[in-house]
Ligand binder design. Sequence first.
Ligand code: IDP
Length: 153
Amino acid sequence: MPTERTLVLLKPDAVARRLAGPILTRFEQKGLRIAALKLIQVTPELAKRHYAEHVQKPFYPMLESFITAGPTVALVLEGKSAISVVRGMMGPTNGRDAAPGTIRGDYGTSRQMNLVHGSDGPEAAAKEIAIYFQPHEVVDATEPLAPWLSAGD
Ligand code: IDP
């Protein structure tokens, strides 16, 4: 089980609906460590870099309007298999398909306004962390309680 870092966004709908705290709490309660955190305004240029693989898709203009519509919380979470753990906690893209107990399943019914982004693999995580954070903004820490959060492996 590798320790991984993943890029997470609490999207403008999460911030506007005052759900940034509750969503962040879920990740912390799971045992993931916050390695970086800031509130940002995503610009159209930043949106195009992040969502490069979607820029040509019909829904991209709506996605760009949404992701630039208000402040976003950007963070790096760290932990054992953090990438897949976060994806599992988010649920599938469309809130209507997402099971209760997942973030998207509990808080939304939209495919677009789905509250949260999490990198979908190690390559994407490295690319996305570099898009949103300077290396010095990602903080290393050794935590004395780490063994209690992922005992057994
Ligand atoms: P993911 O966020 O679940 O990994 P992706 O397919 O990478 O989903 O899509 C990126 C984001 O683009 C989604 O989270 C959602 O906000 C938006 N999106 C994806 N598909 C659609 C669509 O068909 N209509 C509108 N927005 C979409």
